[in-house]
Design a protein around this ligand. Sequence first.
Ligand SMILES: CCCCC/C=C\C/C=C\C/C=C/C(=O)SCCNC(=O)CCNC(=O)[C@H](O)C(C)(C)COP(=O)(O)OP(=O)(O)OC[C@H]1O[C@@H](n2cnc3c(N)ncnc32)[C@H](O)[C@@H]1OP(=O)(O)O
Length: 248
Amino acid sequence: MGVAVMKLRNPPVNSLSLECLTEFTISLEKLENDKSIRGVILTSECPGIFSAGLDLLEMYGRNPAHYAEYWKNVQELWLRLYTSNMILVSAINGASPAGGCLLALCCDYRVMADNPKYTIGLNESLLGIVAPFWFKDMYVNTIGHREAERALQLGTLFSPAEALKVGVVDEVVPEDQVHSKARSVMTKWLAIPDHSRQLTKNMMRKATADNLIKQREADIQNFTSFISKDSIQKSLHMYLEKLKQKKG
Ligand SMILES: CCCCC/C=C\C/C=C\C/C=C/C(=O)SCCNC(=O)CCNC(=O)[C@H](O)C(C)(C)COP(=O)(O)OP(=O)(O)OC[C@H]1O[C@@H](n2cnc3c(N)ncnc32)[C@H](O)[C@@H]1OP(=O)(O)O
């Protein structure tokens, strides 16, 4: 039926390393150029994790040129996903913090597994960093200004039930039904003529995408100088240590 399934596979936690981001963007571009493909189901092959978000090791202890290169690729993936002409449905089968949530938010419809261990949200403030304005814009577009304001400040990671209530996801289903539900949602969306759906999607999303397009270079510079600060590097170090200690 012209539907591709994209499975994120970067063990152990599907963090979005530079290599992973680049491969993702290229795959997406290929699908976009394949006229037989009308829809993509985005999911994960890592058990219990949709995506741990941006790779912290790409943003910690590197040089400004690396940060700039990394951020350019984060922007590129986001622009491609958010403005895709294809129908994107995410089958969220695990934890989905920060950049993981961003991937899901780019989709036209989000189905999440009903497992309270899985959480989703833009938790950047918990790491001592700040969600960029275009993450924020997409959050506001999805859940409204007040909910986004609160969730961004608190870095809230929502359980599936909470995510459904606030509108971060569209549906919560038993874990073993995430994929079948994503497929049935896709079937429904495929019934809409592409041209009218695409023009409508473009109308809804263009201003948000253009907001980044017109200041891409400045955004890269902002990110690079922000992430290079000693205080921010210290926060990231502490967060990485906390992740390590969780194990021991
Ligand atoms: C004002 C100007 C503003 C300009 C903008 C500036 C800045 C904004 C920049 C960026 C926005 C950031 C977006 C992000 O996405 S940041 C990443 C946020 N992600 C997280 O907080 C998730 C952290 N991870 C977890 O919570 C857990 O790992 C998990 C995903 C719930 C999985 O838990 P589990 O118990 O299964 O695994 P472990 O915790 O043991 O992890 C295994 C292994 O993976 C490492 N790891 C986890 N997450 C990441 C990651 N995101 N990047 C890199 N590495 C990660 C973890 O440390 C373990 O490593 P180890 O070596 O110990 O095995």
